[in-house]
Structure formats: C-alpha cells, structure tokens
Ligand binder design. Structure first.
Ligand SMILES: [Zn+2]
Length: 617
C-alpha cells in the first residue's frame, strides 16, 4: 500500500469526505474487493458511466460509505488493468488507482478518439474557453459539467496552480517537506498546496465526476489546465516531479517568473545577447516582429532578450519533458496532445504589444505553438477594471498582435470583473480568449453556506466568518507593514460599504468591536480576502502557524466542507453554474437566449439530484 493511502486510512480520512488527496480513488482495495465478491450492500453502480473499450464495457462502482471506487469490466479479463478480481457473474473488477486510470485513458481513446471522458485539447478549447478553478473539487465539478452541458460549450473545466494550490507530490507532503509560498498580505509564508488536494488526485477526481454524471455522453470536449507551471529558479530541482504529476493535464500554462526573478541582465545586454543567443534565431524573431507591423527598438530588444532568454531555454526543455511524458504513457494522438499558454503578465509593468510580439516570435522560433498568451492589463484580482475605454484600447493593441500569431488572449486575475469588462474582452477578441477564474468559487461557497438553512452549514459559515475576522484584527496590528496596511484596507472597505465609521484603529479592542457590529456577510472584503485559508487551517484556527496544515488536523478541517448539507451543495452548484453562464454570456461565448433559458432551468431545481440528472441529457 502506498504511504499516502496508509496515512489516510490510519487517520480515517476517507475519500467520501476528503476527496482528491491520494492520487488513487480507492484507498483500501482488499476491503472493497471483498465486498464486491460477497455481493454486500452499499456499493453504487453508476450506470451512466458505461463506456466501451476493446476489452469490453466498463462501469464505475463506488462504496458509498468510504468513497472508494472500482471499475467493473463486463468480461473475464484480470490483466487488462492491474489488481483485477474475477466475480462470479463473469465480470472483473479493478481498483480505481491512478495507474489504472492512465491505462483506461488509452483503452477509451483507442476505442473512440472522440471520447470526452478525459480532458483533451480538442475542438475549440485552444481558441476560446473559460478557466474554472476547481478549489472544491468534487463539490465544484458537477456544476461545471451542468453548465457545459446546458450551454453545449466546452471549457477548461479543471484548473488550479501547481504547486501553489495543489500538492505536487504526496510523498514530499508526508515528509513535511513542501515548500512555502509568500503571502505578503497576511505577512507570512503558507505551505504550498494550501487547498489540500494533490494534482493527481484532482486529475483523477475530475474524470470520475464526468463519468458519474454521464457528462461524457454529451460529447463535449473539455480541458484540464495545469496552471502557472513554474519554470526555472528554485523549481529546477523538482521539474521532473511537476511533469509527472501533471501528466493528465491537457493544457499547460508556462510561468517564467521564478527564473526571471533570479535573472540579472548584463550591463551590456547587446553583447550578452550576441554571445549567448543564436544569431539565426534573433534574425527570425526580428523578421517576424516586423511582419506584424511593429518596429523593434534595438536597445529595448537586447534588454528584453537578455532578461527572458535563460527562462525561455528552460521553458523549451520543460516543454520537451511534458511531451515526452505523454508520448511514453499514452498511445493515441488525442491522448498526447495538449495546449500551451505563455503567461507574461508576471513581467514588470503593463505588457506592450512589442513585448507580446517578441515573446510569441521567440516561442515560434523555438518550435513551440502557443494557444494562449496572457499579457498584463493591470488587473487587480477580484476587482472590476475601472475604465472600459482604456481596457478596450489595451486589449485592441494586444489582439492586433496575437491574432497574427494565431494565439488567443488569456486574461489572468479574471475573477470579479464587471459585465462590461467581460463584454469588452469578448468583443475585441471575437471570443478568442480565456478568462481565468478561481477565487470566485471560494466566495460562492461562502454565499452558499450563508444562505443555507441547515444548522451544520450555518455553524461552518459562522466559524469561517470568525476566522477571517480574527485574521483581520491580528493583521491590522501586525508589525509587518504590508500585512497591517492590507488588513486595514479590507476592514475599512467593509465598514465604509456598511455605512460605518472607519476611525477604528486606536487599539485591537476598538477594531474588533467595530467589526463585530457588522452583520456577518460574504460580501465583506476581509472575509473575501482571507477565506481560502480556512479550508486547510488546523482546527480552523486563525493563527499563522495553523494555515496550510497537511497533517490530520488540517484534513479534518477540510472534511467540514465536504460534509455540507444537500442544500449547501445545491446552493453552491447553482452559484457556480450561474457565474459560468454570466461569463459565457458577457464574453459572447454563448448567446443571450441560450443563457436566459439556462438560467431559467437552473432556478427550477429544488434538489441537487434533479440538477445532476440533467447533465447527461
Ligand atoms: Zn499569469
């Protein structure tokens, strides 16, 4: 048994209430196989999951008490996947391990290259899409499946940053050796993987969700974005682990910032470039930039090239590793294909059209097809862009370049923009765009619990709200200047929007009293900003040392979210779906009548089961 499965079993952290931590979706195969052989009750057969392979039809089974899953093949063949057990009815069952999932991908795609069980790079996914950060995994995916099905529109239906939000290697996690990520606004570093799920566990869970709900029957291609894959810098020594973990991702975002952070541009950039960058490549890039009607300033060009060249070489090496890993594991073209995004919004300042053109030309010259490029537009996370005319002008300049490279625009930090902002992005690009959203869905969970009449949901909401209030008060009096400043901004915003006085920082008691005079609400900025850290906070405590806790204490806290009521789940699913429809309509990816009909349908559901039942149509 793997170390992670032994850890989870020992601490009674089961998949049913703590999904996607292990890469496997079966922790205890001997127990489940025993149940299946004896025909014991409590195993659900997902009839909608049925799919064909050359070895026969498979369906998904689940022990509903533990969440452990198995595959049932309608034939006697114990070797097509690992650890098969023959049943008396002539069928064979297999544990839902990550290794078996990889084999099933080949079996499914060899039989039907148009299969939509697994994430792919097919159809229009490389041109227009919505990036849907899946912070609450199994609670989140059904809503995205429903929205894609109702709108008949494929999307990036699984997305998270790795290793920032997801655990990139469960063994490193168990050894207590995960790196940390600085969060200046809370004045501390939090361990990576602050949502608790592993990248493989999430890769696994998003596929099983499609099968459980019969989404794959709709034939809508969807993608999985391994977001902000860090290139170079301190990530050099674990790039092989990143590549292995992301092998089911059908879409890679390359983030050069770790290497850029440690790149020192030579005083004489021109001489450095001459000595280090192949002359024919420079010539190619210059010609390509000229072909899109832009002029290169030699000095700026040399400086940019000296700055990005080390990171681009590392990106190219990483690219080769992603491709090689897929070529090794997967047998079909569709199974090996993936999309690429170049994230350049981490470069300093607003991105100029020249910079975008140079970066895209460099990728072309390096033989890397880029589907999305993410320039910096000066977006603040979760804030509308204040000036639509300015946004239009910025986007038009970028689009004039991108379209000539066949690249769509990725809008990063895309959550929480105004309807008009999204309309501008959609109009300017003709829908050739991706809006990345993630933090929004944690907010939607808060709204779902806040609105729920279930007592346990309300208790979780109150604890969650208090956690953020406590962090805000602590932060407001921190010795760390950034932390203090940000906490006071969040507090002042909440107070002033509620019509209260904001002169409340005489002492912590006064600040706390002011915050406690507010009616708890997921609309308060301090709740919004601190909320995501509650998921894996040991004991739910508002202490820096409790954040991002990968011990049983952190995962017991995480289980509270996965045991919310059916009412809470329905609220959350409706909220997520509503937001996706809003994005699709305003960006123009779906038309207004379709979106109106979809919203009407959504309003009608009174149970989650009704909603989920409509996914397969
Ligand atoms: Zn980015």
């Amino acid at each position: 048994m793997s170390a992670i499965n032994a850890f989870l079993l020992k601490n009674n952290l089961r998949i049913a209430t703590n999904p996607c931590v292990s890469p496997d979706f079966c922790l205890d195969w001997s127990a489940l196989a025993g149940k299946l052989k004896s025909g014991a009750a409590g195993v659900k057969v997902y009839e909608k999951s049925r799919f064909a392979t050359a070895a026969g039809d498979f369906v998904l089974l689940e022990d509903t008490s533990t969440g452990d899953c198995a595959w049932k093949l309608a034939a006697r063949n114990t070797t097509v996947l690992a650890d098969g057990e023959a049943l008396g009815d002539g069928s064979t069952v297999f544990p839902a391990t990550f290794a078996n999932l990889l084999k099933l991908k080949n079996l499914a795609q060899e039989k039907n290259p148009a299969s939509t069980i697994f994430p792919t790079a097919a159809e229009k996914l490389g041109q227009s899409t919505l990036g849907l950060g899946a912070r609450f995994t199994t609670l989140h995916w059904p809503a995205t499946e429903w929205a894609m099905s109702a709108l008949s529109l494929g999307m990036t239906a699984n997305q998270n940053s790795i290793p920032r939000e997801l655990v990139y290697d469960v063994d490193v996690m168990l050894a207590g050796k995960l790196d940390t990520v600085p969060f200046p606004f809370i004045g501390t570093n939090v361990p990576e993987g602050h949502q608790g799920q592993s990248v493989e566990g999430m890769s696994h869970g998003c596929v099983l969700s499609k099968l459980k709900n019969g989404f794959h029957r709709r034939g809508i291609a969807w993608s999985f974005n391994a977001d902000h894959q860090p290139i170079g810098g301190k990530f050099d020594n674990r790039e092989d682990a990143l590549v292995t973990g992301c092998v089911l991702a059908s879409y890679i975002t390359f983030d050069l910032s770790p290497e850029l952070a440690q790149t020192k541009v030579a005083d004489d950039a021109g001489a450095w470039v001459k000595a280090n960058v192949p002359a024919d490549l420079i010539a190619k890039v210059k010609a390509r930039v000229a072909s899109v009607g832009l002029t290169i300033n030699e000095a700026d060009f040399a400086k940019l090239l000296a700055y990005v060249w080390p990171s681009l070489q590392k990106m190219k090496r990483r690219e080769e590793k992603y491709a090689a890993a897929r070529a090794k594991l997967f047998t079909t073209d569709v199974g090996r294909a993936y999309l690429r995004e170049l994230s350049i919004d981490e470069l300093p300042g607003l991105t100029t059209p020249e910079t975008t053109a140079i970066m895209l030309s460099l990728c072309e010259a390096l033989g890397m097809r880029i589907h999305f490029v993410a320039p910096a537009f000066g977006f603040q996370k979760n804030m509308p862009f204040p000036d639509n005319a300015q946004l239009r002008a910025l986007a038009e300049k970028q689009w004039a370049v991108c379209k000539q490279f066949g690249a769509s625009i990725g809008f990063h930090s895309g959550s929480g923009k105004s309807a008009e902002n999204y309309q501008v992005m959609g109009q300017v690009t003709g829908g050739r765009l991706e809006i990345k959203t993630s933090g929004r869905y944690t907010y939607e969970m808060g709204r779902a619990l806040f609105a729920s009449k279930n007592a346990a949901d309300q208790a979780l909401w109150r604890d969650w709200y208090k956690f953020t209030l406590d962090l805000a008060v602590l932060g407001a009096f921190s010795a760390d200047a950034t932390e203090q400043k940000m906490a006071r901004v969040f507090i002042t915003d909440a107070l002033s929007k509620s019509g209260k006085g904001t002169d409340v920082f005489a002492n912590p008691t006064a600040t706390r009293a002011a915050l406690e005079s507010l009616s708890p609400s997921p609309e308060h900025m301090f709740w919004f900003e601190y909320n995501f850290l509650h998921v894996l906070a040991a004991g739910g405590r508002a202490e820096k040392s409790a954040l991002g806790d990968h011990t049983p204490a952190g995962y017991q806290q995480r289980a509270r979210f996965y045991t919310i009521s059916d009412e809470g789940r329905l609220n959350f699913a409706k909220n997520v779906a509503t937001y996706i429809v809003f994005l699709a309509e305003n960006t123009g990816l779906a038309n207004a009548p379709t979106c109106a009909a979809t919203r009407k349908l959504l309003e009608r559901y009174t149970t989650l089961a009704e909603m989920l039942n409509d996914i397969s149509k």
